[in-house]
Design a protein around this ligand. Sequence first.
Ligand code: SF4
Length: 236
Amino acid sequence: MLKRAAHPASLSVIFNRLEKFYGESKPPYPTDPYEMLLHRNCGYPQSDERCEKGFRALKKEIGLAPQKILDAPDAKLRGVMRPSVMKPELAAFRLKEIAARVLDEFSGDMRAVLKRPLPEAKKALKKFPTVGDSTGEKILLFTKTAPVAAVPSNAVHTALRLFGGDPAWATSKWNAAYRFAQEAILAGLPQNCAVQLRAYLLLKQHAHELCKSARPLCDQCPVSSLCPYFQNNFAK
Ligand code: SF4
C-alpha cells in the first residue's frame, strides 16, 4: 500500500540535509553522450569503479573514437575488457556495436542526436545496448539536454523509502517503482537540470553509503526524521 507521506515541499529539505551531511557532490563523468554509452558497457556487473576501470583501459589501449574501436582486433578488445567485465566477448561485441551505430546511424555525432525533439532523442538512445528508460534519462540529464528526473538504478529503493512508496517494489515491480520515484521527484523539485542533477547524485551517494538496500543504517541517517519508512517502522 502506497503512502506518499513525504510532502513534496519537504524534498528540498531532504536534499539540503543530505548535501550538508555528504558535502557537495563531485560533478559526474563522463558527460559526453557517446562516452557515456561506452562507459556503461565497460564494466560488468556494473559499478562506477568497474566501468571507470574498463573505460580508462579502453581509452589508453584502443582509443575512444568509433573507428578506432571498429578497427581494433577482437582479441585485443576482449583482452582490454577482461579485467572489468565478466564476459569480455559480450563487452567487446557491444562496444563495436555502439561504435558502428554511432557512425552508421548518427554520423558520428551523438550530441546532434540529443538536439532532436525529446521523444526522438530518447528513442535513439534506446537503440544502444543496455540502454533502457533509466539510462536514457540519465544521459539526457548528465548532458543537460533536459531536466528529467532520472533516478539512479542503485537508489530506487531509497527513493521509495524516502518519498513514501513501498520499498518492496524495487525488487518486485521495478518499472512502477522507478516511475513512482520519478514522479515524487518531479512533484517536489523544480524542473531544472542543476537541481535534478544534484538530487540524482545525492540519492545515489545516500543509497551507496547509508540507505543500503538490505540493511539501511538509519541510526546514522541525517534525514530519518523526514523518512516515512523510518517513521513507520522504527520511530518510537
Ligand atoms: S532513515 Fe533509513 S530508510 Fe530512511 S532514508 Fe535514512 S537510511 Fe534510508
